[in-house]
Design a protein around this ligand. Structure first.
Ligand code: FAD
Length: 567
């Protein structure tokens, strides 16, 4: 569409309050609007799916204001003056998987994240589904990476000692008359998209395979290659393996500015000093656009999109061991890869997510309307779902571009920068494949300054922490004899022992907070949500650190658990 035609459309829709202009190979949308839905609509009108000519949103939004980016409370000079080969900004699954890939080479790699742990952005707030590749437009980067990423998971999770299952996914239909059209769609996916295992199953077969689903379903698309992983467990494993292979990880480290000259980043400012990296990788999730701006290389915009999930007790998980969702016939395209009911690798049920546009990048609050909406839809999938089984919920924020595709490319104006941005769903699925290509791109760029050698000592294997809960009596007994701390159960809901907690604290990336331990070995993840075990875990952390319990934090240096002794 020509610019004048586009502006005519915008004028008709918004009465002249927004205009679009072509600048530096992008479409820049300007004006002022008070409704966030209108901002999204205006930019979407200008966007062409998967186009390299991205939409940059410069519309002044007058209907609300986003809070400033959350910054760490610490301030020191621990990174000051460092000159790493590669600085990775963002400790989500993108940054962590890229860090690991880069350690296959003899490179000095530093990964920084502003939060006190890894995976506190979208990578710790998603469904953990390893998608089979549904509804992805051909020609998109999502389409390019999804099958490759999906296929890498079994070996990757073996190497990193991370639980991975392939429970399979069912997309269920109540309208029998749709079957011929859906069968044709499946054929297209098999022969054009290369998803060879996709097939139609009858309603009868579906109810045999996955009892508990709505008896009204007439048929379903079955995708056996759908998998499940613990997304934050995987991110931590990537980062730990990277550290074992020589990378450094600096948490509570926010990038707050950059200096650039002659089309290159010359320095990067953080709350822990100024670094002078040869190459920067932007894997900053919802803040990727801000990083691009700091580097003088902003050619896309991120619009945050919230998604809320409920986590149900394991007793609900015992009744269903797959992934399923109902296909509703709705006119408008939704921006979630489905949402549904999912049996997690830890045997809970996950119900959700929805997809709600927002201007707030870090508002993780969970509202009752989202829970209600998600339950209403998924009760069609599984009528027996009960809200009384909810043990907790969470909200994640997707980092979508207006083209609804990933941006994986070298800086357009800044030569020593790679963007790994717009990584919304299925970014967990694609991460291992994307990481290979980003690392290759990084090595090619660094080779412009001299040879880059392979790291002969690279070891892809990481040993995770033994999970007592998953062992039979014989294995438990052997472990307890070897390490009696494994015989002291601290979290009864999840059967987590003192030994597992201490091993989490001794891991290559030690995060000695209640949440850090919870993410690694799960005390507090069960029905009581830490009501009983939190004081015991606090004491174990204090003992490990040689401090008082009052010094132990919940999640970051600014979150005390207790304020002092009462008796
Ligand atoms: C509700 C929901 C469900 C999803 N479900 C699935 C699914 O089932 N399967 C799937 O494949 N994908 C799913 N996704 C998508 C997937 O979660 C993301 O694509 C993926 O986690 C993105 O990872 P990332 O590392 O790029 O970003 P993030 O995980 O957001 O990491 C970015 C990191 O950058 C850090 N950062 C930002 N700015 C700075 C700065 N200035 N300085 C230092 N650090 C900074 C942040 O703290 C953050 O940790 C889902 C997403 C959501 C929200």
């Amino acid at each position: 569409m020509t610019l004048s035609l586009l502006n005519r459309k915008l004028r008709r829709a918004f009465g002249g309050r927004v205009t679009a202009g072509a600048e530096d190979g992008c479409i820049v949308v300007r004006g002022a609007l008070s409704d966030w839905g209108d901002v999204i609509r205006a930019c979407q009108m200008c966007a062409k799916p998967h186009s390299k000519r991205h939409v940059v949103n410069d519309i002044a939004f007058t209907g609300g204001a986003d809070a400033p980016m959350r910054l760490p409370a610490v301030c020191d000079a621990s990174l000051d003056g460092l000159r790493p080969d590669v600085l990775i900004i963002g400790g989500g699954v993108s940054g962590a998987s890229i860090a690991r890939e880069l350690t296959r080479w003899k490179l000095d790699v530093i990964l920084v994240d502003k939060e006190a742990d890894l995976a506190l952005g979208a990578s710790g707030r998603n469904d953990g589904e390893i998608h089979p590749g549904i509804d992805l437009g051909r020609g998109s980067l999502k389409h390019k990476y999804i099958r490759r990423g999906n296929a890498m998971y079994p070996r990757l999770c073996r190497e990193l000692d991370v639980p991975f299952t392939r429970p399979g996914q069912y997309v269920c239909f109540r309208q029998g008359f749709l079957r011929p059209a859906v069968a044709a769609y499946c054929l297209r996916r098999r022969f054009i998209d290369g998803i060879s295992d996709t097939r139609i199953v009858s309603g009868k077969k579906l109810h045999e395979l996955a009892p508990g689903l709505n008896p009204d379903f007439r048929f379903a698309i079955s995708n056996p290659s759908s998998g499940c992983v613990c997304p934050y467990g995987l991110t931590i494993a990537f980062a730990e393996n990277a550290v074992r292979n020589g990378a450094r990880v600096s948490l509570e480290t926010a990038v707050t500015g950059m200096a650039a000259a002659g089309g290159r980043i010359t320095s990067v400012t953080t709350n822990r000093g100024t670094l002078y990296p040869r190459l920067v990788i932007n894997a900053a999730g919802v803040f990727a656009e801000e990083i691009a701006k700091m580097a003088g290389d902003r050619f896309y915009s991120i619009h945050p999109r919230r998604g809320t999930n409920s986590i149900l007790d394991r007793k609900a998980g015992a009744y269903f061991d797959a992934i399923a969702s109902v296909k509703l016939l709705q006119g408008r395209r939704t921006h979630t890869k489905g949402g549904g009911v999912l049996h997690t690798v830890d045997d809970n049920l996950l119900v959700g997510p929805n997809a709600v546009e927002t201007w707030e990048k870090e508002n993780y609050a969970t509202d009752p309307e989202s829970i209600e909406a998600v339950f209403k839809k998924q009760r069609i999938t599984m009528p027996g779902l009960s809200k009384s089984d909810i043990i907790t919920y969470f909200t994640g924020v997707r980092a979508a571009t207006f083209e609804e595709d990933f941006i994986i490319e070298r800086g357009r104006k800044t030569a020593n920068l790679i963007h790994c941005a717009g990584i919304q769903s299925p970014g967990l699925t694609t991460a291992p494949a994307v990481a290979q290509d980003v690392a290759e791109m990084a090595v090619d760029i660094l080779r412009e300054g001299g040879p880059v050698l392979k790291n002969p000592a690279f070891d892809p294997v990481r040993r995770g922490i033994p999970a007592l809960r998953k062992m039979d009596d014989g294995a438990r007994g052997a472990l307890i004899r070897q390490n009696p701390d494994y015989g002291v159960v601290v979290c009864r809901c999840e059967e987590i022992s003192r030994g597992e907690i201490l091993d989490a604290l001794r891991a290559p990336i030690c995060v000695p907070t209640l949440d850090g331990v919870k993410k690694r070995v799960r005390p507090g993840m069960g029905r009581c949500q830490g009501g009983f075990c939190s004081p015991l875990v606090t004491e174990i952390i204090a003992e490990f650190l040689g401090t008082d319990a009052a010094d132990v934090k919940k999640s970051s240096s600014a979150s005390p658990v207790v304020s002092g002794r009462t008796k």
